[in-house]
Design a protein around this ligand. Structure first.
Ligand code: HGY
Ligand code: MN
Ligand code: MN
Length: 408
């Protein structure tokens, strides 16, 4: 069969069209999971699938699947990602993986090639987890970690439940793709970091994803007057949080490869002349080594214990999410490298700093990831950008890798 290439104009047109769904005034994209914009983004992808004549399946929590039938019914190869975003995210995170997989499907259909195995395009819900935790919820549900009840009962900080949102937005379905018995999953994604961009490389075959641990710390003190209350008679929740956060950054600095981020912090009543009675903050910790990640969690627990004894506030710690470091399929990672070399694309192999749906699916399917560069390493921000040549290269490597497995 002559070498197939994706249609880059069509891919870029769809990336542009999807990027207008959920666009916010600062130019970023807000398609928070289970919101109107998220639903509109999913409807857009579903409509593209239906226009291609693909069989569409939507599962009970809104995961979306489009099927290109094979000569046999089972052993499907699956490719995709997510289309939900963070609060003011970029146009490539997740979207590239879904739309490139759709482009692979259309290239297959257009070529008249009828593969041995079915090919499934998928878009998982709530990969980001910033509104409803945990992250990678859609792929966790698909893997069987979460029940429908667990997912529907999950609430956001405003108390709205996923169940209510699914019903209100008519997002849930009864679709089921188990008859196709997928056993391979590949995700194309932007790197979201600086490595490829700074080393002028086009492609990375991702060998592993680092582990992730999300924790919420809630501190309760006592509100009082900022002027009249002596310093030694305060239960200042923000001061206690400040102590904890700065000692945490200091305390885990010696753990190799450790990353820690106190990304979200709220205080109440949040007034300039009132000592804060409540303070809540989150801690995102990552490490490619499972033991070191556990060490970092232990140090956080110890710091909380110490502050509980030495401080005057009540402190509550809640683990919100935890994903172990994950290795990908060496077989498929090699195929990705070979595909890049066959197209004379400078490639490397690397570990992912960001979490991805493939990290969850790797224990259910033989899985791997392909990265393309993020300009200046920026992501989760409106400045997120990947050059058209790079998205085209990534989609072609996805096509070649998928083709390499559809007949074996
Ligand atoms: O948080 C992450 O690593 C991913 O972007 N959800
Ligand atoms: Mn992503
Ligand atoms: Mn993301």
């Amino acid at each position: 069969m002559r070498r197939l290439d994706i249609n880059s104009h069509r891919l870029h047109q769809r990336l542009e069209e999807l990027s207008h769904i959920g666009r916010v005034p600062d130019g970023g994209i807000n398609r928070l999971a289970f919101s109107e914009a998220d639903k509109a983004g999913r409807d857009y992808v579903e409509a593209c699938m239906r226009d291609l004549g693909m069989e569409v399946a939507i599962d009970p929590i809104g995961n979306l699947f489009g099927v290109v039938p094979g000569r046999r019914i089972n052993g499907a190869v699956m490719a995709g990602s997510h289309t939900d975003t963070v609060g003011s995210g970029g146009r490539f995170d997740g979207a590239l993986g879904v739309l490139a997989a759709l482009e692979v499907a259309e290239t297959l259909i257009e070529s008249g090639f009828h593969p041995e195995r079915p090919f499934i395009v998928c878009s998982f819900v709530n990969e980001e987890g910033v509104r409803f935790m945990p992250d990678m919820m859609g792929s966790m549900f698909h893997r069987g970690d979460l029940s429908i009840e667990d997912v529907r009962a999950t609430t956001d900080t405003d108390g709205r439940s996923i169940g209510d949102e699914l019903d209100r937005l008519d997002m849930r379905g009864t679709g089921d793709i188990s008859v196709y018995a997928p056993n391979i999953f590949i995700e194309l994604h932007i790197e979201q970091g600086p490595i490829l961009f700074e080393s002028n490389l086009s492609i990375a075959a991702v060998s592993a994803v680092q582990g992730l641990s999300w924790t919420e710390i809630s501190i309760s003190g006592a509100a009082n007057h900022a002027g009249t209350t002596p310093m030694d008679r305060r239960k200042d929740a923000v001061r206690s949080a400040g102590e904890l956060i700065s000692s945490l950054y200091r305390d885990i600095a010696d753990i190799p490869q450790q990353r820690v981020t106190a990304g979200s912090i709220t205080a109440s009543p949040g007034l300039i002349n009132v000592i804060a009675s409540e303070c809540r903050f989150t801690v995102d910790m990552r490490n490619p080594d499972a033991d070191l990640l556990r060490e970092a969690e232990l140090r956080l627990d110890r710091l909380v214990e110490k502050e509980r004894h030495e401080g005057l506030c009540a402190i509550h710690l809640k683990r919100l999410a935890r994903v172990e470091p994950t290795e990908f399929s060496a077989r498929i990672t090699d195929l990705i490298r070979e595909a890049a070399e066959a197209r004379d694309l400078p490639a490397t192999t690397m570990v992912s700093g960001a979490g991805h749906d493939a990290q969850i699916l790797a224990s259910k399917y033989e899985s791997a990831m392909i990265f393309v560069p993020s300009v200046n390493g920026i992501s989760h921000d409106r400045q997120e950008y990947t050059e058209p040549e790079a998205t085209q290269a990534g989609a072609n490597i996805l096509l070649d890798t998928v083709l390499g497995m559809l007949e074996n």
